[in-house]
Design a binder for this molecule. Structure first.
Ligand code: AMP
Ligand code: GLY
Length: 426
């Protein structure tokens, strides 16, 4: 069959790379893709939110399965549109995607089903929100815009004046647009974060290796939040005991809670968790694969991703199995200088060819494109330099011993990806 992958990041390159190995797939198309997907698939110049154009393309090419990378088309209802047209598509429908699209929806669902999460209040009135802050004694406190804000809609406030400024910025100045019509004010959770991704058909789940993202721009988790500067899997932070807790107290109750609302969640369910002293608590849900987590998870999957995706869409996860390599994978994001603020694009990238035949080092492209036969930078997060090895220390060493072979003007990467894992194995 032919497959369409929607998106243009490192996540989509990784998914395309894995699907490419499948003997049952003839052609893979990526819309819009990047310079990495162009090497292994056919890029199609349609942006991810042009649902009608994507549908037209999928119909014309008789696409057997469409795989959706980013949240925007999912929240807009691409899955409903494709299903209504009789086309197979991997991802949650519009109602199910509310788990990411509306924090209010998710927080209420968690509370109704007694799923552990931070205590919270929801406000759509600026003055009431400010009054709540004036009476609050515990800092830091977390203020979140309700809708999609490209991962940036969360502010951690250390005192009352910061919190008041945050409320004004989100609700009056609308720095996140209409996502700021409503805010959630919630308790600050202490602990370490983990990303748990599960394939599901709405009833059963198959867990992917637990992973850990690195959200801040600078080493030692300093500086502003980014889309993610690197990830590794599996993380020793999440042991088998914790996995059971996460399944039984968080993931299954979430699917059951959704079912009570007549929502069957199909696709990948990504729980952003804080592992606190009291156990795992939900920070957020995403309705899609994580980026950059996927670039470290996908190389560890040792079976057909296509079969798993189809099992999700057809409600057959109960009869499916997943095979995971007993290795570690770690990816470091090479970004453009200035990201997550302003940065330049159009810089030629050197050194990629040195790794093209390596099985244990894979470079997943993100913000790249091909111009005049050269690969140039085209975004903030440019490449994911990914290594695979037997243990976490060797994997870290492999990545950092080789990453300097990749060069472009203004290349920046964190030097400490994976370091947090070492304390669990020493
Ligand atoms: P979210 O988009 O809700 O995952 O939030 C983005 C990031 O903000 C998370 O990955 C955490 O690092 C941080 N964060 C969000 N909510 C909380 C919370 N209640 N306590 C502590 N940190 C939080
Ligand atoms: N790694 C964070 C995200 O995909 O939202």
């Amino acid at each position: 069959m032919d497959v369409l992958v929607i998106g243009s990041g490192g996540r989509e390159h990784a998914l395309t790379w894995a699907l490419k190995k499948d003997k049952n797939i003839k052609n893979i198309y990526c819309a819009p893709g990047n310079a990495g997907t162009a090497l292994i698939a056919q890029n199609i110049n349609i942006s991810v939110d042009k649902i009608d154009e994507l549908l037209k393309f999928a119909r014309e090419k008789n696409i057997g399965l469409t795989v959706v990378g980013p949240e925007v088309p999912l929240v807009k209802g691409i899955v409903n549109v494709f299903c209504d047209a009789g086309l197979k598509i991997f991802g949650p429908d519009k109602n199910a995607a509310m788990l990411e699209g509306s924090k209010e929806f998710t927080k209420k669902l968690l509370k109704e089903n007694k799923i552990p999460t931070a205590e919270f209040e929801i406000f759509n009135d600026v003055e009431k929100a400010k009054l709540y802050i004036k009476n609050n004694k515990k800092y830091p406190i977390v203020i979140k815009a309700d809708g999609l804000a490209a991962g940036k809609g969360v502010m951690i406030c250390e005192n009352e004046s910061e919190a008041i400024v945050a409320i004004d910025d989100i609700m009056n100045k609308k720095i996140f647009g209409s996502a700021g019509d409503r805010i959630i004010i919630e308790e600050f959770l202490e602990g370490e974060e983990a990303s748990i991704l599960a394939l599901t058909d709405g009833n059963e789940i198959l867990l992917l290796p637990p992973s850990q993202d690195h959200k801040r721009i600078y080493d030692d988790d300093k500086g502003p939040n980014t889309g993610g500067m690197g990830a590794y899997a599996p993380t020793p932070l999440v042991d088998n005991f914790l996995i059971n807790d996460i399944k039984n107290k968080i993931l299954y109750p979430t699917l059951e809670g959704l079912k009570k609302k007549n929502i069957i969640y199909k696709g990948v369910l990504y729980a952003g968790l804080m592992i606190t002293k009291q156990g795992p608590k939900v920070l957020e849900y995403n309705c899609r694969f994580g980026d950059p987590e996927t670039q470290s998870i996908v190389p560890l999957i040792d079976c057909s991703l296509l079969d798993l995706f189809i099992a999700c869409t057809e409600g057959k996860i109960k009869d499916s199995q997943i095979k995971i390599r007993e290795d570690f994978a770690l990816n470091v994001v090479i970004a453009s200088n200035g990201y997550p603020g302003k940065y330049e694009v159009g810089k030629e990238i050197f050194g990629l060819e040195k790794f093209k035949d390596r099985q244990d080092i894979i470079i997943f492209h993100a913000g790249t494109k091909i111009e005049n036969g050269k690969v140039i930078t085209n975004g903030g997060r440019v490449l994911n330099f990914t290594g695979i090895d037997k243990d976490i220390e060797r994997t870290i060493k492999k990545v950092y011993d080789n990453i300097n072979e990749i060069k472009f003007d203004g290349a920046y990467f964190r030097k400490d990806i994976g370091k947090r894992a070492l304390k669990y194995i020493k």
